[in-house]
Design a binder for this molecule. Sequence first.
Ligand SMILES: [Zn+2]
Length: 472
Amino acid sequence: MAVRDWEAVIGLEVHAHLKTRTKMFCRCELEYGAPENTRTCPVCLAHPGALPVPNERAIEQTIKLGLALDCGIAARAIFARKNYFYPDLPKGYQISQYEAPLAGRGRFRLPRPDGDREIGIVRAHLEEDAAKTVHAGGATGRSVGADYSLVDFNRGGTPLVEIVTEPDLRSAEEAVWFLRLLRQTIVELGISDAEMEKGTLRADVNVSVRRRGEEGYRPRWEIKNMNSFTFVGRAIEAAIRQQVAAHEAGEPVEQSTYDYDADTDRLTVHRSKEEADDYRYFPEPDLVPVEPPAELVERLRAELPERPADRIRRIEPAVGFDAAVELVTTGRDRLYDRLVAAGAEARVAANAVMNEVAAAGIDPEAVDAGELAKVLGARERLPRDVYLEAVARSADPGFAAAPFLEQEAVSDASALEPVVEAVLAANPEQVQTYLGGKEGVLGYLVGQVMRETRGKADPRVVNRLLREKLRA
Ligand SMILES: [Zn+2]
């Protein structure tokens, strides 16, 4: 009788705004934050007789995403009308894709410490976003307070890709990890900014639970329009807790849409006047089917960057899983790759990129990897401050390692010997103290040598030389 006797079954529907200059079916420009209702025209306001013209760039971007998700690309994709009434939808229907989406079945490789999980992709289709309803009174929920709402049609008609997964995710943590990696994949394809806080990436979450070993599915809860990774994770945790409690108490679990309340950390049934979904899809009569030429698909396939999951697996053997994840998810693995290609040792490069380079706040892309690799190779011999200074300067134009590497010459014993002897001669009192058995005074003498060399001596060498001279 515990949550651990149960298994979560989680699927996601992820929406991302595509990064096009204009809207999906008209020439209105997309500009985040533009004054309300200044990016509209007869097409996106649904004036009678206005005809949609599809955005070619959005179609290409969707194909590209489909390829990155290992989806089959439709030879003939069809736009369909999804009919429903809402004030943010002036046509009374949304142009979407239903039976023939641009991208069909695919899969997403999700690296885990104990091996890959494969998350099935049902489809990735292209549609237009609705306009934005702004509830007077400031609340964003539909049920709160004010007696009227305002609509901003700037967002109406924004190209939107929807990715639907199989219910293959098994925990809140896994769902959030999938979402993060999917987001990074989308961003690196250059097709969307996918920023949850700006609403250019949104996720609907479907959650149910079943006893471990149980076949089939129990009723699921749908949580719509989640706009932060944290809330996605917390809402799933809450859904699991509440459903397990209900099943164990023998209470009914209703399949419905739920709202997550962050204050109470609980889900409540979404109160809505909408009836059960019956969208009466039918092919959009104003648009011809999309038949992507094979050459186009192959060109887009050739343009695909190496996927984040593949990069994690590629560099993992050299640096370990956690470091590989950190490098890739921070986008710092490219500098790591360049350093290794320039001859740096893998773990040394990984540590430097994650620690010193990150702490220096420099642009990894601007770093001269060949020169920094030389610094990393010498880092054991360099005084710490010189090493850090070299790393911090490695993104400067014309950065050269040589002047920093020269400073290792001061660890050369023959160069330090005269300084050590001079310091001993100048401090007879401390020498006597040391010889009298108080070895702690050695630190003072080391400090004097460091001062004489303006910090450029290797303290380990100075230490050794001082002990040798004092023993003689
Ligand atoms: Zn328009």
